[in-house]
Design a binder for this molecule. Sequence first.
Ligand code: 5MM
Length: 336
Amino acid sequence: MSELNNIVLKILGNGKGILAADESTGTMTKRLDSVGVPSTPENRLQFRETLFSSSSMKECIGGVILYDETIKQETSKKNKIPELISKMGSAPGIKVDTGAKVLASSPNEKITEGLDGLRERLKEYYKLGAKFTKWRGVYNISKSYPSKLSIHVNAHALARYSALVQECYMVPIVEPEVLMDGEHSAKECYEKTSEVIKKCFEELILHKVDLRGIILKPNMILAGNTSREKTPNEEIAKLTLECLKNSVPSEVPGIAFLSGGQTEIEATENLNLINKYNNTHFIMSYSYGRALQQSALKFWSKDIKNIEGTQKVFNHRAKMNTLAAQGKWSKDLENK
Ligand code: 5MM
């Protein structure tokens, strides 16, 4: 099992983080529509290949989460995508859930599916070169949500998934995302997130998952995006640390945050403060989708042949987040 721990340290060591490029075709189509580029398999590949061959893959990006379509695609030079990622010094990973569906008995909530046939799919992904995997449970906050039912069933699914993944020699990323949508306060986010994470670990332990061989991918503790509350960044960092210190067992080696709809700068600034104040032994890094790709996507959409320019934009964001993962970022570095 220490093999799995080594994979975690390779992905998250020395300030490295994860590029979450596992948008399903539906989500990727929305992203491409927003910048006016047609969502074809070729365009999806071209943007992703541009990122995966950037120089920051060596220095900053320890792992890339792929979607099923991408892990099976070939680059313009006829290499397999996981080979390109490994050649760049990073680890290929794969999203293995099949999406969040309406939860029976609580139709305003979601349960993530994908356990049927998972053992067989994992073997196939392992052969394709995957070293780690991802499964995301989603929870919304309101007066009555997340319900006990959604907290329980999503934790159960995350644990069954994790046990199967470790059986197949890969590291599971456990992603319980408490969404930012809503009017809730940071305090409510703190309470609900703590409950969600504690339940996940209760189930992971019950399913005998080796906690030294997982990565937790949580949300930061933030007020809802329509809340009137403005939480200072220092407070976000302190609440986030407090929540994780009280709900994550000490065996877990690494935590990699999702960005969850924060702007690129917010996600970097909050990660930096979390690392400045980090009084735990957990590695605190990033596994960002939007907060790593937004500017690069915008730049690329203006001229999809400008690979070098797009890579420059992406390299900058990756560098800023890798500094933040070591508490070494400051705002003035953004303009250098
Ligand atoms: C990259 O987006 C991921 C997949 O989304 P869909 O399955 O809905 O298409 C998503 O799970 C992502 O990995 C995490 O939410 C983190 O991304 P952000 O943008 O929140 O950092």
